[in-house]
Design a protein around this ligand. Structure first.
Ligand code: MCN
Length: 793
């Protein structure tokens, strides 16, 4: 056995299970007597729901039940709750219209569930769902944010005047306005952040079960945070006390944020299982996922920077209109406010920042966090603005960034938009990235490409992100309706193997390996003897799940604290067994020893004594070696870095090939370098997807025209180059591991670097900005419609 502790690139323990087909996903679970649910969804974006005639569906083969919104309402089922309340700048709470589990009175987006058909087979349920006769009275649909705020726009919700959810702000407007009045340069950029569909490999699924002997409900679901689902669904939707509701999130095949939220289908199958006294299973198909999984991004922004004559930033002003979709998803309101606008300092020492964020309702699928959640939007805005500033002022792209970076000795650094960064070194990540990408050698490569008739460009993005959102007290003051601590229970078994119960949830991130590595490091137990249990409210203590790259920094820190307790108790037992003072016991590499002697005992000997307490200090110490710790961080962690992208554009087709990609990220102490590299690569792949291909498009009638993989372009392996991934490691100063998050850095840092490279490749065509995705069609049109300013070299 080689070294398996912190810093070892050990192979992922879970992969054998996944690669050999032994994963246990929600759809793999089948309960005796199980029925199948199929949702009938609205094909209208906005309409009054006049009537639903279910007679033919009820009479169809195999059908056990058909339920509508009226049935659920009559039974007291509540609406889908929102987990974060924002207040507008005038102090009023956001508009929070009711989100019925099944539509009542009105449908508000294509895909809004209207009725559920439950039958003995999925096919029977599907067939019957088509027999439902639904009468609608169409209302004017709204898809785009600008249409939603136009005077006289139809209302998505009667109780949200002007379609406004909130009108929020951060920063000092007067200070910023004054800085603009005195500035030598003012640079302005309008930009869109395209709407994305998350598309995890495993679509959502849910099984509701009811045990008549114990009156207990169980929900198996594709979730990133089973306890939060239990809390929201139990308390607000179905009114089931927590001790009678178990939520199990077994293996989950990717989430990227889209499986954080409590979805209507989870409540529907759980409620129906109770009514029918039989398990009810629902599995989403792919086209259904396009119109029912929460979407991501969808911002329409204006950014303005005021600069002095030397290019130092004086003030930043941002206005953003963001699309909430038809209803508020669990964390939707928090994304464009506390996860976006608070990041607008980026890695720059801009002294004054003012941002206004207006969130509006439209007849589209609800929008919520998608890998990065608000932070990619902030980074994209800032990093496009950097290049536009360079374009407009003639300053060098690298120089403008360096000139305005927060100095390496300025940490802790208080930004003007609430956050206090604890550590970072933006000069170091930039320098390393420039070297890896051979930035200085680019002109020669551009000239060589031009000789082959290709347009070549290079772009960078320097970013900071905030992850492991915390502390609970502060987020509570900001409107969160949940705590954001994490919990771990470390159970050392009598013969020294260990089970860790964590409140986080792994759905691709490799926690079963990295968390076992923490145990190997701290307790000296080989990872083969460590099991990590997550995702079942009946097994784990009340935890907050996985999102916002929090699992290591928050969940891992809770584990460290729990292991500290194990060691402290182990020392007392060891002191008793070896007849020494507790102060003289030290613990290292899995052994307790008496300082200055050759007396020592292995952890397994101590744990055996703890569970077989024949010779044990029973007067002072409880038996057992099983410790729990809760950890509520003092602050976020702040990874930062520099991504550099190099592209080549085919003039005839407008298609973009990424020929080099370099990511240098500072994620603090790294537990498993191989997993960290994989996380960066995955995030960058999603960032490249957003920048070049992915786009959820609604037409003016609010029909989703990119509702399948035929129309919604997902990047594939051949779209990616071999990436250079490296890390710099300034430590987080406030968690015991010194670790920062890594799960989202790739999706945050990469999109602006790609667009900056594309714009650079097109610089001779007078291009200053291009909205994502930079599709071949867009680029081809630019090339066709303008003459290059100068002949290519
Ligand atoms: N890690 C490490 N050293 C560090 C930081 C992290 O070794 N300094 C390891 C961790 O131990 C963990 C992994 O890297 O195994 C990711 O850790 P972390 O940054 O704490 O992120 P989370 O585990 O909380 O995962 C959430 C994050 C988010 S928010 C999205 S979205 C995302 C992502 O992770 N979704 C993913 N990565 C994903 N990867 C897969 N395969 N599937 C998803 O749905």
């Amino acid at each position: 056995m080689g070294f398996e502790g912190i810093g070892a690139s050990v192979r992922r323990k879970e992969d054998h299970r996944f690669l050999s087909g032994h994963g246990n996903y929600t759809d793999d679970i089948n309960r005796p007597g199980q029925l199948y649910a199929v949702m009938r969804r609205s094909d209208r974006p906005h309409a009054k729901l006049l009537s639903i005639d279910a007679a033919a569906a009820r009479a169809a083969a195999g059908v056990v039940a058909v339920f509508t919104g009226a049935d659920l309402e009559a039974d007291g089922v509540g609406g889908v709750p929102c987990g974060w309340q924002i207040h507008s700048k005038d102090g009023s709470p956001m508009a929070e219209p009711k989100h019925p589990v099944l539509a009542v009175g009105k449908v508000r987006h294509v895909g809004d569930p209207v009725a559920v058909v439950i039958a003995d087979t999925r096919q029977h349920a599907k067939n019957a769902a088509e027999l439902l006769a639904i009468q609608y009275d169409d209302l004017p649909p709204i898809a785009a944010v600008r249409d939603a705020v136009a005077p006289g726009a139809a209302l998505v919700h009667d109780d949200a005047p002007g379609n406004q959810c909130y009108d929020w702000h951060i920063g000092e407007k007067a200070v910023v306005d004054q800085a603009f009045a005195q500035a030598a340069h003012r640079v302005k950029l309008d930009l869109l952040n395209n709407r994305l569909v998350p598309n995890a490999l495993e679509t959502r699924a849910a099984i509701g079960d009811f045990d008549t002997s114990s009156d207990e409900y169980t929900l198996y679901t594709t979730s990133q945070n089973p306890h939060v689902i239990r809390l929201l669904m139990g308390a607000f939707v179905l009114h089931i006390p927590e001790h009678k509701l178990r939520v199990v999130a077994p293996d989950v095949g990717g989430g990227f944020g889209s499986k954080i939220y409590h979805y209507a289908e989870e409540a529907i199958v759980t409620w129906a299982a109770g009514k029918l006294r039989r398990p009810v299973k629902w599995t989403c198909d792919r086209s259904e996922a396009f119109m029912s999984d929460a979407h991501g991004r969808d911002h329409d922004s204006t950014a303005e920077m005021a600069l002095d004559a030397e290019g130092k930033f004086l003030a930043l002003r941002v206005r953003t209109l963001c699309n909430m979709g038809a209803y508020l998803s669990t964390f939707g309101p928090a994304v464009p406010t506390y996860l976006y606008a608070t990041l607008l300092a980026g890695c720059y020492s801009t002294p004054a920042i003012y941002a206004e964020v207006k969130a509006v309702f439209t007849n589209t699928v609800p929008v919520d966090a998608y890998r990065g959640a608000g932070r990619p939007e902030a980074t994209y805005l800032l990093e496009r603005l950097m290049d536009v500033i360079a374009h407009d002022t003639g300053l060098d792209r690298v120089a403008i960034r360096r000139k305005n970076f927060i100095a390496t000795d300025a940490f802790p650094y208080q930004t003007p938009v609430a956050l206090q960064y604890d550590s970072g070194d933006y000069h170091a990540t930039l320098k390393t990235a420039l070297a890896h990408a051979d930035w200085d050698g680019f002109p020669a490569r551009r000239a060589a490409a031009a000789r082959d008739g290709k347009l070549r460009g290079i772009g960078m993005s320097t970013y900071v992100e905030a992850c492991g959102i915390a502390p609970s007290k502060v987020v509570g003051q900001l409107g969160a309706r949940a705590g954001l601590y994490e919990v771990a229970n470390v159970r050392v078994h009598p013969t020294g193997s260990v089970t860790v119960f964590t409140g986080t949830h792994s759905h691709g991130q490799g926690h079963e390996t990295t968390f076992a590595q923490l145990v190997a490091d701290q307790l000296g137990v080989p990872i083969a003897l460590v099991d990590v249990v997550h995702g079942d409210t009946a097994k784990i203590p009340f935890g907050m799940g996985t999102y916002g790259s929090r699992s290591l920094a928050v969940g891992g820190s809770a584990m460290v604290k729990a292991m500290d307790k194990v060691i402290a108790k182990g020392k007392k037992i060891a002191a008793h067994l070896m007849e020494a003072a507790v102060e003289d016991i030290e613990f290292k590499d899995g052994r307790f020893s008496v300082t200055g002697t050759d007396k020592s005992k292995a952890l397994a000997e101590i744990s055996l004594a703890a569970y077989v307490p024949h010779n044990y200090p029973i007067e002072e110490l409880e038996p057992g070696l099983d410790e729990t710790a809760f950890y509520d961080p003092k602050n976020f962690t702040y990874p930062g870095g520099c991504h550099i992208c190099e592209v080549e554009i085919d003039r005839d087709t407008g298609s973009v090939a990424i020929v080099n990609f370099t990511a240098v990220d500072d994620v603090g102490r790294v537990i498993n370098p191989m997993i960290v590299e994989g996380q960066v690569q995955g995030g960058v792949a999603q960032g490249i997807g957003q920048a070049l291909m992915e786009n959820a498009v609604y037409d003016r009638q609010a029909q989703l025209v990119t509702g399948s993989f035929m129309d919604y372009t997902m990047p594939r392996a051949h779209d990616f180059p071999r990436m250079t991934v490296a890390t710099e490691n300034t430590l987080c100063t406030h968690n015991p591991l010194g670790a920062k998050g890594v799960g989202e850095v790739g999706a945050i840092g990469s999109p602006p670097s790609v667009i900056n490279a594309v714009v650079d490749a097109l610089r001779d065509y007078g291009v200053r900005h291009l909205d994502m995705p930079a599709t071949p069609e867009k680029i081809w049109s630019i090339i066709q419609s303008s003459q290059p300013r100068m002949a290519a070299e």
